[in-house]
Ligand binder design. Structure first.
Ligand code: ZN
Length: 317
């Protein structure tokens, strides 16, 4: 039939072409709509994650989390994590992070952050980079690889971290007048310190219980400059007074055997640390108790002061 009617065939070919074209156009348009939908959806997701990530970072550094002292709990399912430090009056200090809370987060990141905050939908990591190079950075959470993930958001905040400040038993410094200067050396035991134009003494007392030495390692830690000024220290106690001046030229002195020996026949004792400091020099030292289960590399004075750090939260789909 078609062969006999060339006009009709032409018409049919045109008609067929039109239909094909029409289908093609519909296909292209549909595809375009689909793609733009996907783009809009992606950008909504992206914008949400970006603003959500910065909210999460701000909450972490400006709230202590709940319940209170959540880091001491054994189960973290109902914890809303926050990392801020609270002062003695339970007031939150914003833009701070507590080292012990960071440690709790490190051991339970999956529950506390991936599940409780990101509902298992988002990959994330938290890094703390101290400006002081003497303290090692801390990086916890998921591995976020720039090559594998396309949408990575990085939130950067400046914070202060207390690191190991909580583990200080006694701090002696001649940079402020806050030392109580309690001392067991006196004219009666014939051991009075004499301040001269060359040397000044600062002293103070502290208590250690026999039971504590099983769980802690004790160190006297000097800041770098204080170990270079030719000062001296004496460590003694109410039961056994000493006048042996030890050169203060070591940044870290292990005191475990001293405390073990002196607490052998006592349940607790008052100890005295006396420091003899060359005049016109700054001197700072701390006596610290580090829990035996805690692993700290390169223990130094910087760990016992508040340090400015970059707090970096990374998130990705
Ligand atoms: Zn003294």
């Amino acid at each position: 039939m078609l062969l006999k009617d060339p006009k009709g065939m032409l018409f049919s070919t045109e008609f067929l072409l039109t239909i094909i074209l029409f289908i093609l156009i519909i296909g292209i348009v549909a595809n375009l709509i689909d793609k733009s939908d996907e783009k809009i959806l992606n950008s909504i997701k992206t914008n949400n994650l970006e603003s959500f990530s910065s909210k999460v970072a701000d909450n972490l550094i400006s709230s202590p989390g709940s319940p209170e002292n959540w880091e001491k709990l054994s189960s973290f399912n109902n914890v809303i994590p926050g990392l801020s430090i609270q002062n003695e009056n339970k007031e939150t200090i914003i833009n701070t992070i507590s080292f012990k809370k960071i440690n709790a987060l490190k051991s339970n990141y999956n529950t506390l952050i991936s599940e409780n905050i990101f509902n298992k939908e988002i990959k994330s990591s938290i890094a703390i980079y101290p400006l002081n190079w003497k303290i090692n950075p801390i990086i916890i959470g998921d591995e976020i690889n720039n090559k594998e993930s396309s949408n990575i958001f990085t939130v950067n905040r400046t914070v202060k971290c207390d690191f190991l400040s909580e583990l200080i038993i006694l701090s002696l410094s001649n940079e402020n007048n806050q030392n109580n200067n309690l001392c067991n050396h006196n004219p009666i035991n014939n051991l009075s310190h004499v301040n001269t134009s060359e040397y000044k003494w600062i002293c103070n007392e502290f208590k250690i219980k026999k039971g504590d030495i099983e769980y802690n390692d004790y160190y006297l830690i000097l800041d770098d400059e204080s170990a270079k000024i030719n000062g001296y220290w004496i460590l003694d106690n109410t039961k056994k007074v000493s006048n042996i001046e030890i050169p203060a030229n070591t940044i870290k002195t292990d005191l475990n055997s001293y405390f073990k020996e002196n607490l052998e026949n006592n349940n607790e004792l008052i100890f005295y640390l006396h420091c003899k400091i060359p005049s016109n020099n700054k001197f700072n030292c701390v006596l610290v108790a580090i829990p035996k289960k805690m692993e700290v590399e390169d223990l130094n004075f910087a760990y016992f002061t508040f340090q400015t750090c970059n707090f970096v939260l990374k998130t990705s789909y």
